[in-house]
Design a protein around this ligand. Structure first.
Ligand code: RIB
Ligand code: CA
Length: 347
């Protein structure tokens, strides 16, 4: 194996010879609660040469842990990718009861579409342990892409904080700086485990937040569905069924298309020119009566300094707060959707 790698490296160094795509592919671990948009994200990742998907770790969220594991195994089986490790993880959020979202994703979490029984087998490792092991095996190379609640990622950090400087980047689908989708303040993935999200956001590794702000600007609509339906293949046809379910659901609530929340997180890993970001300090509210689960972003990275004088505080200055998150603030939504279609059509 070593000699093959050396041969590839030598070829890649030769003038006019591009390094093999695999040699440049970005190693990712996707933590997922599949989930209709998770399924779209996962098939996009598995059909994109820019990414080397090392594993899927499953977290409860849209569906239970058991349903999510089955769905993840069906997805890698559909894509003929039994080389990708698929491991179960947490059974519930850190400190609250699980809230499942069959309302939005269908009874089975995959738009009520029945995929064939999986031919791929689950990895026996616990998801957080698999993350820890893979990060140590490939220091500074692994990008974590959590597209469900952050429970597994938080458990990995709590168990082995030494992974933090070894992870290349954490691209989170979650949060919002423009209001919530489960209520006025909170986005679903954060809302389902706020304590886990705060651990992940404050860990000290590079975090890119792909939130509702860009997902809501990337709507997959009927014209996109008609475009994708022109071609066929097992993954293509499955995506058309899932997206038909999602487009109809979005129209039922007065929208013109389905937001590509999870797929955009994978899009960020594929091509970071798709979105613009702004460095902000972000905290996750874990106690607010109306705001538990809100990602509270400090756009100016400043905070007033109040000093107690007798029975009152006096503002005596403004202190800088260190940004900890690159928040995605704008997106080329149509360019992303066309990239997605180009990767799935005919597969
Ligand atoms: O708020 C959107 C997020 O919640 C997506 O990850 C979706 O799959 C659900 O988990
Ligand atoms: Ca998800």
């Amino acid at each position: 194996m070593l000699c093959a790698c050396l041969a590839i490296a030598a070829l890649a160094a030769a003038p006019g010879v591009a390094a093999s795509p695999q040699a440049k592919a970005r190693k990712v671990i996707i933590d997922t609660d599949p989930g209709t948009d998770d399924a779209i994200a996962i098939l996009l990742a598995l059909n994109s040469p820019e990414l080397d998907v090392r594993a899927l770790t499953v977290v409860p969220g849209n569906v239970t842990a058991a349903q999510g594991l089955q769905n993840a195994l069906k997805l890698v089986s559909l894509a003929n990718r039994c080389d990708v490790a698929v491991a179960g993880g947490a059974e519930h959020p850190l400190f609250q009861k699980l809230i499942t979202a069959e309302f939005w994703h269908g009874k089975n979490g995959l738009a009520n579409v029945e995929l064939p029984a999986p031919k791929c087998k689950a990895d026996t490792r616990f998801g957080p342990d698999l993350i820890i092991q893979m990060v140590h095996e490939a220091p500074h190379e692994i990008t974590l892409v959590p597209i469900g609640p952050e429970t597994n990622i938080a458990l990995a950090v709590l168990k082995d904080p030494s992974i933090v400087p070894l992870v290349k980047e954490v691209i989170v689908m979650g949060g919002s700086i423009s209001g919530g989708n489960v209520n006025a303040a909170a986005e679903a993935n954060i809302y389902n485990d706020p304590e886990a999200a705060q651990i992940v956001f404050q860990a000290g590794w590079p975090v890119t937040m792909v939130g509702l702000d860009v997902g809501n600007e990337t709507l997959f609509g009927r014209k996109h569905l008609a475009q994708l339906a022109k071609t066929h293949g097992p993954q293509n046809d499955f995506m058309v069924s899932v997206l038909d379910f999602l487009v109809k659901l979005s129209e039922k609530f007065g929208d013109t298309g389905s937001p590509m929340y999870d797929p955009l997180a994978v899009g960020e890993a594929i091509d970071s020119t798709l979105m613009k970001t702004q460095a902000m300090h972000v905290d996750v509210e874990t106690r607010g009566e109306f705001s538990r689960g809100e990602t509270v972003a400090n756009r100016r990275n400043e905070i007033e300094r109040n000093v107690l004088h007798g029975d009152r505080y006096i503002i005596e200055g403004v202190d800088h707060v260190k940004p900890n998150v690159e928040v995605c603030t704008s997106v080329e939504g149509e360019r992303f959707i066309q990239l997605f279609i180009s990767r799935i059509e005919g597969k």
